[in-house]
Design a protein around this ligand. Structure first.
Ligand SMILES: Cc1cc2nc3c(=O)[nH]c(=O)nc-3n(C[C@H](O)[C@H](O)[C@H](O)COP(=O)(O)OP(=O)(O)OC[C@H]3O[C@@H](n4cnc5c(N)ncnc54)[C@H](O)[C@@H]3O)c2cc1C
Length: 276
């Protein structure tokens, strides 16, 4: 595995143009939705840092670099009286949020997405619309090796104080229900119902991944250093020293047992990349 950290758009485009076409590239956000297998990644990892983390405003439009953290974007938008509060508790960066159609409490990137600028694997600059990306629950169809370099989001207006208060409440709710202090990659499996928590009263738990895992008796189940969280059974935890294989094998064991118990085939939400 090699690492490339471009200084800016031109640097990235030139690098991709010059890189031998058979060498795969893997754009990395902050890795909050990844299990990198123990054999490592057979690709050049593109890590976007400074030079890609700007946040600016044009009326109700928020223009973000892909390396801007979701939480930071939510806070800066709230300061400007713009509601992107759903991003506050998601521990990733904006490039990863677009790729994963990140969402929380019933709102998703797809709801606020205007367009993204990206560099193709050949080093060509393109503009992507929502139609190009075909957003679905926790996914998009971003072509392999394409690197998002700028994202425009459209936010609704709100009172800054109310928006900050809503985010404080969301953080407290998350700390109460999820293992936020443990090492995890967030929700391990997609909810079989096809959407995240809406936070509304009529939101049923029957087709939530955590519920079907719990019903199969797997809350707290361990394999080596890997564990399905006691606090929230859809969170796969590294209790310390777990190998990537242990984490993935525990996930596969959960999928098999849930299928046997309830006939539901859980789909991974966490991306597993690299060689075992
Ligand atoms: C505690 C915890 C809670 C979480 N809660 C939520 C939640 O409520 N809602 C939710 O949706 N997710 C949640 N997640 C999952 C995760 O935070 C999101 O999927 C997040 O959007 C991933 O962003 P990232 O920057 O970490 O991306 P990474 O994990 O680094 O990468 C994810 C994917 O995005 C691609 N990618 C990243 N940056 C770029 C780029 N610039 N160009 C092209 N492709 C790129 C990568 O190649 C990879 O395919 C949670 C995770 C954790 C650990």
């Amino acid at each position: 595995m090699a690492l490339f950290q471009p200084a800016d758009h031109d640097d990235l485009a030139a690098f991709l143009r010059d890189l031998a076409p058979e060498i795969p590239v893997f754009p990395m956000g902050v890795g909050s939705n990844l299990i990198v297998r123990d054999g490592g990644l057979d690709a050049v990892v593109i890590r976007l840092g400074r030079g890609f983390n700007g946040i600016s405003f044009d009326g109700t439009r928020v223009i973000c670099g892909p390396a801007a953290l979701d939480a930071h974007v939510a806070r800066k938008a709230a300061d400007a009286g713009l509601d992107l509060t759903f991003l506050r508790t998601i521990p990733g960066a904006i490039g990863g949020a677009v790729r994963m159609n990140a969402g929380c409490y019933g709102s998703y990137i797809a709801d606020v997405f205007v367009e993204a600028k990206a560099i193709t694997r050949d080093g060509e600059a393109v503009t992507l619309t929502a139609e190009d990306l075909k957003f679905a629950y926790r996914s998009s169809e971003l072509p392999d090796g394409m690197v998002i370099v700028e994202v425009a989001l459209e936010a609704t207006a709100g009172d800054p104080e109310d928006l900050h208060q809503r985010m404080t409440d969301q953080l407290a709710k998350r700390d109460a229900t999820q293992p936020t202090k443990d090492r995890t990659a967030g929700s391990t499996f997609r909810n079989p119902a096809g959407f995240s928590s809406t936070g509304k009263d009529d939101d049923t738990h029957e087709l939530k991944a955590w519920k079907v895992i719990e019903d199969a008796g797997l809350r707290g189940h361990t394999l080596g250093g890997a564990q399905m969280s006691e606090k929230h059974p859809n969170f796969l935890i590294n209790t310390g020293g777990a190998t990537a294989a242990e984490l993935e094998d525990l996930g596969e064991l959960v999928r098999k047992r849930v299928l046997k118990h309830s006939g539901i085939e859980l789909q991974w939400e966490v991306l597993r990349v690299g060689k075992r």
